[in-house]
Ligand binder design. Structure first.
Ligand code: FAD
Length: 528
């Protein structure tokens, strides 16, 4: 066994390779030699003995000539058992041969080597050894021994494995989630994103978080700024993205901050933290579309019912109108005959009876007149009403090859009104515009709907590129049963009368104006 005096005579090369390569062997050896005072005090030997790292010194065949207490503790070999044994006694024979080859290759070059080996204790239990080996050189630079230092890193390895597995599991879980998730650092840089987020990026063609930030800023105001302000948490904020080729896509967004302990060296003792922001985007486009379809379906039914009632009213109104004329004539004739005193005239009697029947019929018809929907007025968003109308008329617009342009006022105040009646009215105006352009010779088929605020009115313009309405008829067209259509065309003549009636119910005005390229239906409705 090597004693302290033997140890004093051993000169070590530093384990740092660059240092070895950067100096001469003698310089390296001299630098590693402890001072005489330390050696004379036997301190050096005691330090090595009590060092918690397993230290061994071998001959050039890796036979152990010295091992410290930690070596015995870690390997479970008694101190006297180790001497003379080859280091290979620690091998579990599962470390790949290439590892040993590299180790020995480095030593052959008089260089140190650091690596991890699977070691076996005396009791056959295994552990992972993080081993450093280095050549020991004499004054002439010749290698006399090898120094080995190792520590049991089984727990650290297990912990690292657990962390890695945890990370893999977390990533797999996040990636299998349909939610698009992204984590930003304090500068807005992406530090983590999921597969769904990447798929969204491929659809959008831009960084989704940038697009979402714009949309969120427009909803939350400038207080939300993903790049500089990470203080806003929100949950379930609905955001829409208009993507060319994908139409409008709907998302709910969640934002929460995450505070993580800083891994920087200088933060080790002061517990500094770093803040991140996690944004989660859940796509709800399918749900929204289904809801929208159901809503439109309901609206169509409501408008159809309203139109049916309107048609019934028109029919009865027409019948009453037509019947009232002969009844009035008959009434006048009966009064005249009665004044002449021919009370017993059988013709007068017959006329009285006919008049009575006519009046009865008028009363019956008036009773049958369907009641107007007496829905109460509520706050109505005209832009939304027009969007609904356009959805209802989209098929007609497309089938007639009409280009449609929608130019809504960004901030249109709502009005107090009956949404269903207003929908019917605007639908009528849109249908009129479509029919006006559905003629031979009209190639520039464009329908432009704009909304504006003028003073205290919400102004809607429905512009078509049809032939327009002659100036002298621009008022007349609002009269019941009036139509500019030719004989043979389907005519009801009540559309604009109904539109006029509804606008009047809302204290608004409606007019038709020609311009160089067509006709504009202009509706003014007072804002609430
Ligand atoms: P071996 O037959 O011993 O060797 C395998 C290969 O290593 C051979 O093919 C050969 O290329 C090379 N080799 C072996 N001996 C020499 C040599 N003297 N010169 C040049 N090349 C050689 N091994 C461990 O498993 N655990 C340890 O903790 C450990 N600590 C060591 C500490 C020191 C200071 C040194 C010098 C070596 C240490 N070794 C350790 C390596 C050990 O000596 C064996 O090389 C290794 O255990 C493989 O043993 P083996 O019986 O499987 O194969």
């Amino acid at each position: 066994m090597l004693k302290d005096n033997d140890l004093k005579s051993i000169k070590l090369t530093p384990t740092d390779n660059s240092a070895v390569e950067g100096r001469t062997q003698n310089e390296s050896a001299n630098n590693a030699v402890p001072s005489d005072s330390l050696l004379s005090d036997n301190v050096f030997y005691k330090v090595v003995e009590s060092c918690p790292v397993a230290i061994s010194i071998t001959d050039l065949e890796a036979n152990i000539v010295y091992a410290n207490q930690a070596f015995s503790r870690i390997t479970a070999y008694e101190p006297e058992e180790t001497i003379g044994k080859n280091e290979s006694v620690l091998s579990n024979h599962t470390t790949p041969p290439i590892v040993y080859k590299t180790l020995w290759g480095r030593l052959a070059q008089k260089k140190s080597w650091v690596g991890v080996l699977v070691n076996r204790r005396k009791d056959e239990s295994r552990y992972l050894a993080e081993l450093t080996v280095a050549p020991v050189v004499d004054d002439k630079g010749a290698v006399t021994n090898y120094l080995g230092m190792h520590r049991d890193v089984t727990d650290i390895h297990r912990l690292q494995n657990q962390i890695n597995n945890q990370k893999l599991l977390t990533e797999a879980t996040l990636n299998s989630s349909p939610s698009a998730m992204v984590v930003l650092d304090e500068t807005g840089k992406i530090v983590l994103d999921t597969l769904s987020y990447k798929a969204l990026a491929a659809d959008i063609g831009e960084e989704p978080v940038v697009e979402f930030s714009k949309a969120m800023r427009s909803q939350l105001g400038e207080q939300y700024n993903s790049e500089s302000n990470l203080d806003i948490d929100f949950d379930g904020l609905e955001v829409t993205l208009d993507l060319s080729g994908f139409g409008t896509r709907y998302f709910t967004c969640h934002s929460s901050s995450i505070t993580i302990e800083d891994g920087a060296v200088e933060s080790f003792f002061n517990g500094a933290t770093t803040r991140y922001r996690m944004l989660v985007f859940n796509e709800i486009t399918q749900t929204r579309r289904r809801q929208e379809e159901t809503r439109l379906h309901t609206l169509k039914e409501l408008v159809a019912e309203e139109e049916f009632n309107q048609a019934m009213r028109e029919t009865y109104d027409g019948a009453i109108h037509k019947l009232a004329e002969p009844v009035n004539l008959m009434s006048a004739a009966v009064s005249m005959l009665e004044k002449k005193g021919n009370a017993d005239d059988p013709a007068l009697e017959a006329m009285r009876s006919a008049l009575h029947s006519g009046q009865q019929a008028l009363v019956s018809l008036t009773k049958l007149l369907p009641m107007k929907a007496s829905a109460g007025k509520t706050t109505v968003n005209i832009n939304q009403v027009l969007t609904d109308v356009m959805s209802m008329c989209s098929e007609a617009v497309m089938s007639k090859g009409i280009d449609f342009s929608w130019q809504p006022a960004i901030h249109l105040p709502s009005i107090l009104g009956m949404a269903t009646r207003l929908r019917s009215m605007f639908k009528q105006l849109v249908i009129n515009a479509i029919e006006a352009m559905d003629r031979q010779g009209i190639t520039n088929r464009k329908l432009v709907i704009t909304t504006n605020v003028v003073e205290k009115f919400a102004v809607v313009e429905i512009k078509d590129y049809g032939p327009g309405v002659p100036k002298d008829l621009q008022m007349k067209v609002f009269e019941p049963f009036f139509s500019t259509k030719k004989p043979g065309e389907y005519v009801r003549g009540m559309g604009l009368a109904m539109a006029h009636e509804i606008v009047t119910e809302h204290s608004g005005t409606i007019s038709l104006e020609n311009d160089r390229t067509g006709c504009r239906a202009i509706v003014h409705l007072p804002v609430s």
